[in-house]
Write a protein that binds this ligand. Structure first.
Ligand code: NOJ
Length: 745
């Protein structure tokens, strides 16, 4: 997939051209640049052509017919007075035509290269349709699996989200945005959207500044430092001021602290919604609040177009604010090289072969599927020894539902379903009994269950394809109960009674609470929504062509009532432990109030998740040993080498994701019990041993303290390396000030 090299315009030349254009623009033309339009309804397309011609539009959203996009660009460049090309925006979130696993599934690969490759394919396909701007990656830290948009996130951890988010930005944008096939990224939703109360979409968020800075903002900072071109303001209300009007977020932090020079777009109609929030009383006041807060472009709301000129005439909004917004939008257009090539120019886009694109989607699905459980080594199935299998469930052969939440342009005709993948792999060697059993994942009718049980009885092993349809996760699709929907738990019970080994393959847009069914399942592969090539990847894993190697990017709760539950929680003053945590049935009748331990846990769920962050089994086993630090002390400004030996102690070759966690024992503010600080994917042959080395910079240990400034605080740290956030191999070191010779911090 080579990229043709385009000439990048020098920054100073860009500034000159921006200033020149600004100097020649009328107010209407300036406000046009700040206006993004979606053409919907009768007469909209004609109106769009006219508005583009008159310079009243800077960006169009959701147009992907290349000939129409070309026509609009031609009108903008040739017929409008100043010839300014358009930004063409689209939600290209996890693929365009070829669909990659949902972002949460990609995060489970813990592989920046895989994430990068997926975004590259998506960019190339989207660019060929005329799209030059995507609204991705979503970098919202997501600790609540009830929230439907967790599907679109990279999980609960700031470090993992930062690493994978920057890889996704690089995949979309390439090294140079002006190269054909590169599209501008938009990091979203700035900021804190993932903390929506009770996981209900668009709900209020309350995040103390310290937590905002330590947990929610780092992925944005990392992606912007890596060159992400644009930012989207969140729909949500942050501490009483909706993000779309939040000066603290967009002026103080984004522009002043971080020096962001790109532009901010609102979310869809979120400027007008400031009045719905009750922050403003009119559209005019909403436009005033948003523009002063630093929202440069109005997505599909029309409020800027209708209100800004009056605000300028009244002197409430200074012209410099408008000029700065327009300049930042024009800069991105120059960065994209649009003034030199605004048309889709299909023939100029490097076009990977269908096989190449499918290989990328296949690898992403394969590395992201997580083996949660595998009792008595049931998996992998032996193609030689297995004579018959029952393939049961609503998601076994549904080319659409495996694709996931954001698939405006995805093509289900390209999908390989689980059933198809198995048939492709085993041919006629194994007898396959397929029963859908439930019409959809939500169906409650059990009338086909007898057929499913019969198929199970007639087979050596049962493959149960369960989970959620695509529409049950994603934007505005939050759930309060995140068990298997419909009659699926009943299906598990009935099939279990057939007394055959049962493997569940679960496709879903979020972690599910599997407590009710887990004991009736011998093995569980959690596939997320795995995208176009999900079935091929699943067949590979089921029959041992490859070992599972995905690791959870998010904690799986035992019960909904544990949410929020995440690995990097605070220690608290009364932490639970296996010795002190007491469960409801263990409490003696009339036990006195203080007799039962008084530690932080739920009487009916304990304190541990069903599966922890970082968990994921393999068909082999890995031993971790010989954890060594280059020094027991880390001087501020320097780095520590942390090495560990990993041995494949099993009988097959496989990948392992080694994870490094630290704990800062005493802090200016309390610190998490563990924090991910490094990870590496390694491949080991049976019996092979390798040494993995992590570099830990003192800067990696920095955090925002009581006064919300970044600090690197001397003191003692613990460190763990292993295959999950529950890794046990441990070492300790001390962070000391630069120039300190002794052992005291
Ligand atoms: C609303 C969503 O919140 C946002 O993520 C998306 O990019 C826009 N709509 C555009 O479709």
């Amino acid at each position: 997939m080579s990229n043709a090299v385009a000439a990048t315009i020098q920054p100073s030349a860009v500034e000159k051209r921006v200033a020149d254009l600004l100097g020649r623009m009328t107010l209407a033309e300036k406000l046009g640049q700040m206006n993004q339009v979606s053409a919907e309804g009768p007469g909209a397309v004609e109106a769009l052509r006219k508005a583009v011609c008159e310079g009243r539009i800077g960006s169009v959203i959701n147009q992907v017919d290349p000939s129409f996009v070309n026509e609009l660009q031609r009108i903008a460049v040739e017929d409008s007075r100043l010839g300014i090309p358009l930004l063409i925006g689209r939600d290209v979130i996890h693929g365009f035509r070829t669909v990659m696993p949902i972002p949460l599934g990609q995060a489970a690969t813990w592989n920046p290269d895989v994430v990068h490759a997926g975004a590259r394919v998506a960019a190339l396909e989207a660019a060929a349709a005329g799209v030059n701007w995507t609204f991705a990656p979503m970098l919202d830290i997501s600790r609540d699996p009830r929230w439907g948009r967790i599907a679109e996130s990279l999980g609960e951890d700031p470090f993992l989200t930062s690493r994978l988010g920057t890889a996704m930005v690089a995949g979309f944008q390439g090294a140079d945005l002006s190269v054909p096939g590169c599209i501008a990224a938009c990091v979203k939703h700035f900021a804190g959207y993932g903390a929506s109360e009770s996981g209900r979409d668009y709900a209020t968020t309350n995040i103390p500044e310290n937590e905002l800075r330590n947990v929610y903002l780092p992925p944005f900072r990392a992606a912007l430092d890596a060159g992400a071109a644009t930012v989207m303001a969140s729909f949500s209300d942050l501490n009483g001021v909706p993000a779309t009007a939040n000066r603290f977020l967009m002026r103080d932090i984004l522009r002043e602290e971080w020096g962001f020079g790109g532009f901010v777009v609102s979310d869809w109609d979120s400027i007008r919604q400031l009045a719905v929030h009750g922050l403003t009383a009119s559209d005019r006041d909403s436009a005033f609040e948003a523009v002063l807060a630093g929202v440069d472009m109005d997505m599909a709301g029309g409020v800027y177009a209708a209100q800004l000129s009056a605000l300028i005439e009244d002197g409430r909004v200074p012209m410099e604010v408008i000029d700065a917004a327009v300049a930042s939008i024009l800069r991105v257009k120059f960065r994209l090289g649009l003034f030199d090539r605004s048309y889709a120019e299909l023939q100029r886009y490097p076009s990977p072969s269908e096989d190449d694109k499918r290989r990328v989607a296949h690898e992403a699905a394969r590395q992201g599927i997580v083996l949660l459980k595998n009792d008595r080594g049931l998996l992998p199935l032996s193609p030689e020894k297995t004579r018959s299998i029952a393939v049961i469930g609503p998601l076994a052969d549904d080319p659409y539902e495996q694709l996931g939440t954001w698939i405006f342009d995805g093509d289900p005709a390209l999908s390989v379903t689980g059933l198809q993948g198995i048939r492709d792999l085993v041919g006629n060697e194994i007898e396959v009994h397929h029963v859908r059993a439930l019409e959809t994942s939500r169906s409650r009718s059990t009338k086909s269950f007898d057929g499913a049980v019969q198929a199970a009885r007639a087979s050596d092993v049962v493959l149960l394809f369960l989970g959620e349809e695509s529409i049950l996760s994603g934007e505005a699709h939050s759930r309060a109960d995140i068990g298997l929907p419909g009659a699926q738990a009943e299906l598990v019970r009935r099939v279990h009674e057939a007394d055959k080994p049962v493997v569940a393959i679960i496709m879903a847009g979020r972690p599910l609470v599997l407590t009710e069914v887990i004991d009736d399942l011998d093995a569980v592969l959690f596939a997320w929504h795995p995208g176009t090539m999900g079935g091929t990847a699943l067949a590979d894993l089921l029959f041992g062509v490859e070992s599972p190697s995905g690791k959870l990017p998010v904690t799986f709760p035992r019960a909904v009532g544990q949410i929020p539950i995440y690995y990097n929680q605070k220690h608290g003053g009364k932490p639970p432990s296996p010795d002190t945590a007491i469960l409801i049935d263990d409490i003696p009748v009339r036990a006195p109030q203080t007799s039962i331990g008084n530690t932080s846990c739920h009487l009916d769920a304990g304190y541990r998740p069903l599966f922890p962050f970082g968990h994921g089994l393999s068909y082999t086993t890995f031993g971790y040993s010989n954890l060594r630090l280059s020094s027991p002390q880390l001087r501020s400004g320097e780095a520590l080498a942390v090495s560990v030996e990993i041995t494949n102690t099993g009988r097959i070759a496989a990948d392992e994701v080694a994870q490094l966690y630290v704990r800062d024992l005493v802090g200016n503010v309390t610190r998490p019990v563990r924090e991910l600080k490094g990870f590496q994917r390694v491949r080991l042959a049976p019996g092979e041993k390798t040494t993995v080395t992590f570099r830990l910079d003192s800067g990696d240990l920095a955090f925002y303290g009581r006064d919300n400034t970044l600090m690197t605080e001397p003191g003692d740290f613990q460190l763990w390396v292993g295959g999950s956030s529950e890794a046990e191999l441990r070492a300790a070191f001390r962070l000391v000030r630069a120039g300190t010779g002794g052992t005291s911090p």
